[in-house]
Design a protein around this ligand. Sequence first.
Ligand code: DOR
Ligand code: ZN
Length: 346
Amino acid sequence: MTTLTIRRPDDWHLHLRDGAMLQAVLPETARHFARAIIMPNLVPPVVTLDDAVAYRDRILAALPQGMTFEPLMTLYLTEGTDPTDVERAAASGLVKAVKLYPAGATTNSHSGVRDLTKVMAVLETMARIGLPLCTHGEVTDPEVDIFDREAVFIDTVLAPLRRRLPELRIVMEHITTEEGVAYAADGGENLAATITTHHMIINRNHILAGGIKPHYYCLPVAKREKHRLALRKAATSGSPRYFLGTDSAPHVDALKEHACGCAGCFTATNTLSLLAHVFEEEGALDRLEGFTSLHGPAFYRLPVNTATVALEKRAEPCVWPDKIVSGAGPVTVFQPGFPVHWHVLT
Ligand code: DOR
Ligand code: ZN
């Protein structure tokens, strides 16, 4: 097969930031994607419905003329979040999920949740109205090895929460382990998981062997090879439990190439080509559309996109810019380290 037309994809986990960075990265996503779930970890975070409405307006204002894109907003869960505001946010139709960051787990997570019992009233409201909770599924206990933090989160936080509130609809975001794959597989209708493009391409050796590669560092950090293979198998399985959330997370190079570098891989520019490459390698090109364009809307109870996007496999490999230029500084585009021949026709 050398051409492929699929329904226009959606990105169910995306960081757009704000200001000059937003301006630079938004077209990279809007070029190929119809909608995206927008992460709320700005400084200060997007906590209330009013915050989300204002942020959505800034995103739409930054959209270049002639492009269409629908930001699906999320609220950042804090221990002070008001359940009635969450209910109003869902009713507005603009807010599609609430994001749980365990405090200290990742970039701009310090306003996140330390004690889940303090947000139970919010979670009960969400369970009642069917509003999904997106989880950054890592424990923050410094005693727990960083490569084990996802599996420990599943056992000690997620499983007890789901036993207590089985009606709560949960998205395990950016799963990186075979434990995550297995837990999502058995979770029933109220559970799904997103998988990033880069976690299907790199393992921890790519980050650390032969010199440290800061542009491959993200959170949850890529794990050993068997986990990468489990993620590829899950994504290409055709199961509706798994769908694309790129977690494309721009940081300026100065903060990535740093003694204490930021977490995040910027994949918006080339995600679709990379996915076609991965799905072809797995003999599953016919399942790409499910992963990018069908399973996500089904879980979020939204219509699928009617527009399409076409890809063509050409002899010459794709060439992407090394960097996106932003008013905040350059942002390095994720490079897979192998040639990719699936060009997106725009
Ligand atoms: O790598 C990451 N980058 N993981 C996250 O959870 C946050 C994100 C960011 O905001 O940069
Ligand atoms: Zn993220």
